[in-house]
Ligand binder design. Structure first.
Ligand code: GAR
Length: 208
């Protein structure tokens, strides 16, 4: 009997192009995992349609149905636990997660962020990078801890900023890199190929 697949939950709020990159990686046999659940906090997130198109369970959980964030996240935790999720991947999930959720999945939540952290945490970061005048931006896959966009960094890709760039063109080129490094970071975790030293995360050095 083949052993159980590594189970991913992908949390989304929008277009879902990173979700698509993860789906494609799995379907192309570059990632030995399955997406057991796609969960959105936005009803019409296109990501939900992408999931359904690939036959994946794709759920909208309405924050308005819960009196507060704690109760919403409690329900999220319950749903994820029933699916025995191994890794929670935030892919354009535009809600800050609370302490209980983060503790509940300690070390098992990762996020993709469209800047070279620790530069430009938070929102609208492509615009901030342009306004600041940096010559390189990029994207970061990191573990999620209680500090927003502050967890240990798994992978980054740099993207040069061109004189002619606007927010759209820069965001598009950063997204291209996101679609490469996010599935790759997930693969490193699935294959247990990371080692940790304080905040530093590195590929395991494997002997021959
Ligand atoms: C991506 O650029 C992702 O890095 C960003 O939202 C976009 C989602 O695109 N995430 C954040 O800004 C999180 N703070 P997608 O829905 O097409 O994957």
């Amino acid at each position: 009997m083949p052993s159980e697949k590594f189970k991913l939950a992908v949390l989304v709020s929008g277009c879902g192009s990173n979700l698509q990159a993860i789906i494609d990686s799995i379907e192309e046999n570059n990632l030995a995992a399955e997406i057991s659940l796609i969960l959105s906090n936005v009803p019409d997130a296109y990501a939900l349609q992408r999931g359904k198109k690939h036959g994946l369970e794709s759920v909208f959980l309405d924050p308005k149905d819960f009196p507060n964030r704690d109760d919403y996240e409690k329900r999220m935790i319950e749903i994820l636990q029933t699916k025995s999720i191994d890794l929670v991947c935030l892919a354009g999930f535009m809600r800050i997660l609370g302490k209980k959720f983060i503790e509940g999945f300690s070390g098992k939540i990762i996020n993709i962020h469209p800047s070279l952290l620790p530069a430009f945490p938070g929102l609208n970061v492509q615009k901030k990078a342009l306004e600041h005048g940096v010559k390189f931006s990029g994207c970061t896959v990191h573990f999620v801890n209680e500090e927003v966009d502050g967890g240990a960094i798994i992978l980054q890709a740099a993207v040069p900023i061109l004189d002619a760039d606007d927010v759209q063109s820069l965001s598009d080129r950063i997204l291209e890199q996101e679609h490469i490094i996010y599935p790759e970071a997930i693969r490193l975790i699935v294959e247990d190929n990371l080692e940790f030293s304080g905040r530093r995360v590195a590929r395991k050095t494997r002997g021959n």
